[in-house]
Design a protein around this ligand. Structure first.
Ligand SMILES: [Zn+2]
Length: 135
């Protein structure tokens, strides 16, 4: 029986490209990344929640001497964003076209980018970064 590659790719793509966290079904708290137990009410009843990735900058910094494997991104812009649901997460920024405009409260959108590569193995790891919205 032939595999349904369309359905399979769609399913994998959702896992790769969607920001899946979770939400407590008892008190409504959001988590990204997801947790097994709700920190606010100790419930174990959490269901998957897909964040749309829109948020704002809480704070940011610039790193000139990154760890091994991250040299290609120097300087690295790194910081904390707050997603629309109120969840704060630390994240690397990307697509910085005007550093002077970076400030708390600036809108961001999560985008899928290369995170780092293992020089010896050539293994590239992808994940989410926050792209500030320059207006
Ligand atoms: Zn809860």
């Amino acid at each position: 029986m032939p595999r349904n590659l369309v359905a399979e790719n769609w399913r994998l793509e959702r896992a790769r490209y969607a920001m899946v966290g979770n939400r407590c079904t008892d008190c409504g708290a959001y988590y990204f990344p997801g947790k097994a137990i709700c920190i606010k009410c100790s419930s174990r009843e959490l269901s998957d929640y897909v964040f749309n990735g829109e948020g704002t900058i809480v704070e940011w910094t610039k790193i000139h001497e990154p760890a091994t494997g991250f040299e290609m991104f120097t300087p690295i812009y790194y910081g904390i964003i707050e997603l629309q649901e109120g969840v704060r997460t630390s994240v690397q920024f990307t697509s910085i076209t005007d550093e002077s405009k970076l400030k708390p409260g600036m809108k961001t959108k999560m985008v899928f980018r290369k995170l780092f590569s293992d020089g010896d193995q050539g293994i590239v790891t992808y994940g989410f970064k926050a792209a500030p919205v320059f207006e």
